[in-house]
Design a protein around this ligand. Structure first.
Ligand SMILES: *Cc1c(COP(=O)(O)O)cnc(C)c1O
Length: 339
């Protein structure tokens, strides 16, 4: 048995999910004729109280499309130094949109309104990059699954409005935040110009993301998605999986969060652990003694069929998910105690 904790993207569809995929009604989505995709897009737009939504093959393509919509080459995007759009999208901000990122030195991937107040109101000069977009991530990935304080997001929203900046949410794991903080999709739909969400992470679908925005944003997104090679044909099979995930796998995220907390409690009592980041959702980041070393620790665990990821700077990451069973949990806790 392999206990794969490298990411919540490793899940396989459940039998029930596969059944709905197999019986999905499909059509050619490039011609807007896939009924399952159309239903899902409308359902998610309504869920967030936003005008429109578009199904994407990946969260990366959804985020990159949003950045392209909101900017012109030479512009600047404000984001945290841990942001996925900056660190883990292959330099796509430069490649796709020709923009630079102003990285905020936040805490666990999150910054405050005061961090950006001055930056956001810089007067445009011909020699400056024009700031056009503020992008935040909830939950934060490299920040260890941390959840933003909603009132801080409201303050940042105010700043974006006052300065005529677009506001994007990379919500790859937004549902983890909603469950952990008891918030609603509409609270987010009301603040952001565009939101990306992933079905392929904690929600347990094999593939799929969604970009939400105004009708005008989504009209532009349709063109950019095609340009990026993301126009898909009978993709209703995947939209059916995403739809099933939305109906059946949201509330259960609390179980993943609980397991992550239990792992952290065990690690607290392990002498070889030097630091554990606070656990709020399904991501746990910790550091081991220099005498052991992160890479060595990961190798040793791999030899026991337990897979973890290095996140740079000595960080080791564990992500709990739908396919991480109670039995696996017992084995992991035992191996960590005995390491
Ligand atoms: C996973 C992830 C994405 C998108 O990743 P894809 O693998 O392209 O779907 C975007 N943002 C964050 C924070 C993520 O964790």
């Amino acid at each position: 048995m392999i206990i794969d904790l490298i990411s919540d993207t490793v899940t396989k569809p459940t039998k029930e999910m596969l059944d709905v995929m197999m019986s999905a009604k499909v059509g050619d989505d490039v011609f807007n004729m896939d009924p399952t995709v159309n239903v899902l897009q409308e359902k998610v737009a309504n869920l967030f109280g936003m005008e429109a939504a578009l199904f994407f093959p990946s969260g990366t393509m959804a985020n990159q499309t949003a950045i392209k919509i909101h900017t012109q080459p030479g512009d600047m995007v404000i984001c945290d130094k841990y942001a996925h759009i900056y660190n883990y999208e292959s330099g796509g901000v430069a490649f796709n949109s020709g923009v630079t990122c102003k990285l905020i030195d936040g805490n666990r991937g999150m910054f405050t309104a005061s961090h950006i107040k001055e930056l956001a109101s810089v007067k445009p000069e011909i020699y400056l990059p024009y700031t056009k977009l503020v992008s935040i991530e909830n939950t934060t990935n490299k920040g260890g699954g941390a959840c933003w304080d909603y009132s801080e997001i409201e303050k940042i929203y105010q700043i974006t409005k006052e300065n005529n900046l677009a506001f994007h949410l990379d919500g790859a794991r937004l549902f983890n935040a909603l469950v952990a903080k008891n918030e609603t999709p509409k609270q987010y739909g009301g603040l952001f110009d565009t939101i990306s969400i992933c079905f392929s992470k904690g929600l347990g679908a094999p593939v799929g993301s969604m970009l939400l925005g105004t009708k005008n944003h989504i009209k532009k997104a349709l063109r950019i998605r095609k340009l990026l090679g993301g126009g898909m044909r009978q993709v209703g099979f995947l939209a059916a999986a995403a739809n099933y995930a939305l109906d059946h796998h949201v509330e259960r995220l609390a179980e993943d969060h609980q397991k992550a907390k239990e792992i952290a409690e065990v690690l607290e009592n392990c002498s070889y652990i030097t630091k554990i980041e606070p656990v709020e959702t399904n991501i746990l980041i910790f550091y081991v003694d220099d005498a052991i070393g992160a890479d060595n620790f990961i190798d040793k665990m791999a030899s026991k069929n337990i897979l973890l990821t290095p996140m740079g700077e000595g960080k080791i990451r564990i992500v709990t998910h739908l396919n991480y069973t109670d039995e696996m949990h017992e084995i992991l806790l035992k191996e960590l105690k005995n390491f």
